[in-house]
Ligand binder design. Structure first.
Ligand SMILES: Cc1cc2nc3c(=O)[nH]c(=O)nc-3n(C[C@H](O)[C@H](O)[C@H](O)COP(=O)(O)O)c2cc1C
Ligand SMILES: [Fe+2]
Ligand SMILES: [Fe+2]
Length: 396
C-alpha cells in the first residue's frame, strides 16, 4: 500500500476509500464512491483524529502502522463525530491500542457508551479546550448539529489544519487525488453539493453558526471526514457550505416531472421549451428514473422549480411524493414554484402540490395548470405561459 500522504508536518491521511457501498445511509447513490478520512498527528503523543466505518478497518490500521514510529502507539482517538461511518472501527481499534484514550465532548461520550458500551479510558473536552501533544496543540470547537448533536471540530494551531468533521465534506473517493489541487474540480463540486444536500442540508442554520465561529480561526488546510483535503483554496469549501446553507440560489429552473403514459411529460416539455426560448435552459428530471439525490442537488441551487405530476390513486405519483418528502425534510425555502398536474376523473395531484407549497411557504407562480386527459393546445399554451411568468420573475 502506498505511503499515507502527509497533509501537514507530522500529519498524515490514514483514511480509506470505499468503492463497495452502493448507497450512503442506505439512501444516496455513490457512483464515485466515498472516503472516510482519518488523520494521524505524530508528536510526542500520537493522536488519531476520527476513525472509519467498521468494514474498512484493515486498510485503516495498515495505514496507521505505516506512519507510526517504532515503539509508539496511538495515545488519543479524537472523535469529532460519533456517526458509525467514523466510529464503526472503534472496538477493534481499542483492542489493538488498549491504552488509547477516547476524546470527545459530553454528548459524544454518552453516545459512545450507547453504541459501543462503557468507554474508559476516555477524556471529556469542552468548547475551546486544548490537548497538548508536544509541539502540536489541538483545540476543540463544539459545532452541534453539523450533522449530529455531538459534532465538533479540531484545530491544530501548530500546522493550521482544521479537522472539520462532516462539515465541508463531499462524496467521491480520494484515490485519484487527495488535495483540492489534484482532483477534477467540476466532479468534486458536484459530489460536494450532493453530499451537502443529501446529508447536511437540513442543518443549514447550524452550519452557518459553525462558519461564524470559524471567522477568527486562522486555518490553512481544511481536512473533512469525507472527500478532498483543501490546501490550495481552504476558504472555498467554507464559502460553498455557507452559500448552500443560506439557500442562496442561481436564477435557474428545475423541471421535475413524473409521467406514466407521457401526458404529463408533454406538459412539462412545453414548459421546459418555453424556458429555454427565454434563455433559462432548465435542468429536466424524470423523478421516477433519476434518483432524488441528484434532483435535490439541482433544486438546491435553483430559484425556480416546476413540478409536473399526474394524479395517482387520488394523490401524487409516488416518486414525486418521495422527492417532496425529502425537500420538506430538508426545509427547502425561498423558491418560486410552478405547478402542472393531470388526472382522468376526480383529480387530486393539484391539491397535494398546492398543500406542499403552502406547508413550505413557497410562492406559486400563476397559472397553475391542471389538465384532464392528454391536454389541448390551450393547455400546452398555459404551460408555456407559466414558464414565461417564471422566467420574468427570475429576470427581475
Ligand atoms: C395507476 C393509476 C392511478 C390513477 N389514479 C387516478 C386518480 O385517483 N384520480 C384521477 O383523476 N386520475 C387517476 N389516474 C389517471 C392519471 O392521472 C391520468 O391518466 C394522467 O393523464 C396520467 O398522466 P401520465 O400520462 O403523465 O402518466 C390514474 C392513472 C393510473 C395509471
Ligand atoms: Fe455524519
Ligand atoms: Fe460522515
Amino acid at each position: 500500500m502506498a505511503a499515507p500522504p502527509s497533509i501537514a508536518p507530522e500529519t498524515y491521511w490514514v483514511g480509506v476509500n470505499d468503492h463497495e457501498t452502493d448507497l450512503f445511509e442506505a439512501l444516496w447513490p455513490l457512483p464515485y464512491g466515498v472516503s472516510y478520512n482519518a488523520y494521524l498527528v505524530v508528536d510526542h503523543k500520537v493522536a488519531l483524529i476520527d476513525a472509519v466505518k467498521g468494514h474498512f478497518l484493515a486498510d485503516h490500521l495498515h495505514r496507521i502502522r505505516q506512519v507510526l514510529p517504532p515503539g509508539k502507539s496511538v495515545d488519543y482517538l479524537i472523535i469529532n463525530h460519533m456517526e458509525p461511518d467514523h466510529t464503526g472501527a472503534i472496538q477493534i481499534l481499542r483492542s489493538v491500542f488498549p491504552d488509547m484514550t477516547l476524546v470527545g465532548n459530553k454528548k459524544t461520550l454518552e453516545m459512545l457508551e450507547a453504541f459501543y458500551g462503557a468507554c474508559p479510558p476516555c477524556r471529556q473536552v469542552g468548547d475551546g479546550d486544548v490537548l497538548d501533544l508536544g509541539a502540536h496543540k489541538l483545540q476543540f470547537s463544539l459545532t452541534p448539529m453539523v450533522h449530529w448533536p455531538e459534532t465538533m471540530m479540531t484545530f491544530d494551531a501548530t500546522t493550521g489544519v482544521l479537522f472539520s468533521g462532516d462539515a465541508f465534506g463531499g462524496f467521491g473517493t480520494v484515490d485519484q487525488g487527495l488535495f483540492d489541487d489534484e482532483i477534477d474540480r467540476e466532479l468534486m463540486h458536484g459530489e460536494m453539493l450532493r453530499y451537502f444536500t443529501n446529508i447536511v442540508a437540513r442543518y443549514g442554520k447550524m452550519v452557518l453558526k459553525a462558519v461564524d465561529k470559524l471567522r477568527d480561526v486562522p486555518f490553512r488546510v481544511v481536512a473533512p471526514t469525507h472527500g478532498a483535503v483543501w490546501r490550495k483554496d481552504p476558504s472555498l469549501p467554507v464559502r460553498l457550505y455557507e452559500r448552500w446553507s443560506a439557500q442562496e440560489t442561481d436564477p435557474t429552473v428545475v423541471v421535475a416531472y413524473g409521467s406514466m403514459y407521457g401526458n404529463t411529460y408533454r406538459l412539462a416539455e412545453a414548459a421546459a421549451r418555453a424556458l429555454t426560448e427565454r434563455g433559462f435552459t432548465p435542468f429536466v428530471h424524470d423523478v421516477a428514473r433519476t434518483h432524488a439525490s441528484f434532483v435535490i442537488a439541482d433544486i438546491w441551487t435553483s430559484k425556480g422549480l416546476i413540478l409536473a405530476c399526474p394524479t395517482y390513486n387520488t394523490g401524487l405519483f409516488p416518486p414525486m411524493e418521495t422527492l417532496l418528502a425529502f425537500l420538506e425534510n430538508k426545509l427547502l425555502q425561498h423558491r418560486l414554484l410552478g405547478l402542472i398536474t393531470s388526472y382522468a376523473w376526480a383529480g387530486g395531484a393539484r391539491k397535494a402540490l398546492e398543500s406542499f407549497a403552502e406547508r413550505m411557504s413557497l410562492e406559486v407562480v400563476e397559472p397553475i395548470v391542471d389538465v384532464k386527459g392528454a391536454g389541448t393546445a390551450d393547455d400546452l399554451e398555459r404551460c408555456a405561459l407559466l414558464a414565461a411568468n417564471l422566467a420574468q420573475r427570475l429576470s427581475a
